[in-house]
Design a protein around this ligand. Structure first.
Ligand SMILES: NC(=O)c1ccc[n+]([C@@H]2O[C@H](COP(=O)([O-])OP(=O)(O)OC[C@H]3O[C@@H](n4cnc5c(N)ncnc54)[C@H](O)[C@@H]3O)[C@@H](O)[C@H]2O)c1
Length: 555
């Protein structure tokens, strides 16, 4: 067993992660030796640490005296020789295997034989790094999350050679730091990144293809899925160069899943020096390098984007009693003049109530989510509504164009998929089909603004933005469980404590309902034919058995 608890630690590389990791150690009373490769990078790292601790003082989370003591526990140095006497070294140098292997070989030579060598790698093989040393039993993964002082999770990666004593010492260290350790085996992306990076890459793909805009993708995920930040903002925080390397490694090590092959736009941005916050520009532009404050740029939506919207005063809502009433209430509260036509699911042909919609400027339907019912209704609406009326379907799962064509005036049809408000607010996916007119889309945007909801314009593909990005991640979590890599709790913790998600994937799956999740996943798979989107067999089994994920007894 480890004798005395670890007292001195070294941190190599003080970039986006290393500076935060050094702060976490020093805050818990450990002596820290912080090492960089050149003087300039060392100054930058020191400045990051000072800024971060000053911020903590300004927010009342740290006293001035404690900040001085914290900084006083950190020694700054250029070169590895300063690490000769420390008990543990963690590295946070760029995500490249050759670099890390060389560094570990050097550390092995320089540090005492008992020193534990830890890597903060996000995706590389800790085993391959370990065997570059003469002490693979004392090498371990210690994967912190960004920003390290805030995120509670540390993934402790034990390789086949890591000794039990070292794993124990690192787990104990995590507890002293106030972190939650999830101990796992050495697989590409471990738990959190294996689930996160496919999603991030897919979001870049949506932007690159013009499927949805930058702000729209981020807003959709923040308000539609309740995530702390959108995927493109998160990529800017992670650093696009780091993200690119992680995706590359995930692709190579993680079974060559095409969803991890970096979208070309990422590589172009890295080559162009657009690395995210750290370089002052990435998907967004920032006040200065290292700042989190976004400043407008050429892609920022124009100030008066709603020119050309048709006036909407009278809104018709069609659907079975409660759904239509609820929807009508949303419009009524926003000051629209609302007519509700109650109509049961599946009913078609000669609904006399529809004539009340003759002078509506907008008709929104909320009948059963079956294509035939919606097509029948839209065919009737085309007969009774005035020609310039905007016709909207609230479907979350059907192709809007199939419904629009039934209306025989597809230019005036859009999707308005209202997602339940999250604590951050409410969002509506405005689905533009290949036949929707620009005026129809602008009018829909003006209506969303009138409702006080964020409108996100996107194309007419399965899952629109939110479900298309969220459900593959949920399905991947089920696959990870199925492979016995981690437990339901570990996976949920990884996403809540590591990425700040309000709920882990299994909590979300149980809330959505495994059956609904399976239906959505099947649709995503059928449309894309992407092998990685095939529903996880365990998801199908859970549905067949009528069970839930968190509710089911341990097997
Ligand atoms: N960025 C994230 O969100 C994040 C999250 C978790 C883990 N990680 C992992 O942390 C590691 C570092 O990523 P980052 O985003 O902080 O990178 P970064 O580019 O922001 O920082 C890397 C730092 O390492 C320094 N460096 C390079 N070579 C060195 C050497 N030989 N000796 C000493 N210092 C050296 C650089 O000067 C730089 O300051 C990677 O393995 C990454 O996968 C990153």
């Amino acid at each position: 067993m480890q004798g005395a608890p670890l007292a001195t630690v070294g941190v190599v590389g003080l970039g986006a992660m290393g500076a935060g990791i050094a702060e976490v150690f020093a805050r818990s009373g450990l002596q820290v030796v912080a090492v960089e490769i050149i003087e300039e990078a060392l100054d930058r790292g020191r400045a990051t640490l000072t800024r971060s601790t000053d911020r903590a003082v300004a927010r009342g989370r740290l006293s001035g005296t404690d900040r001085d003591a914290l900084l006083g526990r950190i020694t700054f140095a250029v070169g590895l020789s300063a690490l000769a006497e420390v008990d543990l070294v963690i590295e946070a140098v760029p995500e490249r295997l050759d670099l890390k292997r060389r560094l570990f070989a050097d550390l092995d030579r320089i540090c005492r034989p008992g020193t534990i060598l830890a890597s903060n790698t996000s995706s590389l093989s800790v085993t391959e790094i370990a065997v570059a040393t003469g002490r693979p039993d004392r090498v371990v993964g210690m994967h912190f999350f960004n920003p390290a002082p805030v995120m509670k999770l540390v993934e402790v990666v034990r390789t086949v050679t890591t000794s039990t004593e070292v794993v124990g010492a690192v787990q104990e260290l995590c507890a002293r730091l106030g972190k939650v350790a999830v101990t796992i085996a050495d697989r590409a992306g471990f738990v959190a990144n294996a689930l996160l990076f496919g999603y991030l890459n897919q979001a870049v793909g949506m932007l690159e293809s013009g499927y949805a805009g930058r702000e729209e993708i981020d807003t959709a995920m923040r308000l539609g899925a309740g995530l702390p930040m959108g995927p493109l903002t998160l990529l800017d925080l992670i650093g696009l160069d780091t993200a690119y390397e992680i995706l590359e490694t995930m692709y190579r090590r993680g079974g060559r899943d095409r969803r991890h092959a970096p979208v070309p736009l990422l590589r172009q941005m890295v080559t162009a020096g657009l690395l995210g916050r750290k370089s002052g520009g990435g998907f967004y532009r920032y006040e200065r390098p290292g700042s989190a404050i976004v400043v407008p740029d050429g892609q920022t939506p124009a100030a008066a984007p709603l020119d050309g919207a048709r006036p909407v005063r009278r809104v018709g809502v069609v659907g079975p009693g409660e759904a239509a009433e609820g929807l009508g209430e949303i419009f009524r509260r926003a000051g629209y003049d609302v007519v509700v036509v109650a109509r049961d699911a599946g009913r078609s042909g000669g609904s006399p109530g529809l004539t009340a919609l003759a002078d509506a400027d907008l008709v929104v339907e909320a009948v059963a989510d079956e294509l035939a019912s919606k097509q029948a209704l839209f065919a009737e609406l085309a007969e009774v509504c005035k020609p310039e009326a905007l016709l909207a379907t609230t479907t979350g799962t059907l192709p809007v164009i199939d419904i629009a064509m039934a209306a025989r005036r597809p230019a005036e049809v859009v999707g308005l998929h209202l997602l339940d408000p999250t604590p951050a607010g409410a969002v509506v996916e405005i689905v533009r089909t290949v036949r929707s007119s620009p005026e129809a889309v602008t009018t829909a945007r003006a209506v969303c603004a009138g409702l006080g909801r964020a409108g996100v314009v996107c194309g007419d593909r399965a899952g629109f933005v939110v479900r298309a990005l969220l459900h593959p991640y949920l399905n991947d979590a089920v696959r990870m469980l199925e492979a016995s890599y981690a437990t339901v709790d570990d996976i949920d913790h990884a996403m809540t404590l590591g990425c700040g998600y309000p709920a882990g994937p299994f909590e979300v799956l149980d809330r959505v309902g495994p059956e609904a999740a399976l239906r959505i996943q099947r649709r995503l798979y059928r449309e894309s034919r992407e092998p990685g989107l095939a529903p996880a067999p365990l998801l199908e089994q859970v549905v067949t058995a009528g069970r839930s994920f968190r509710g089911q007894p341990a097997e």
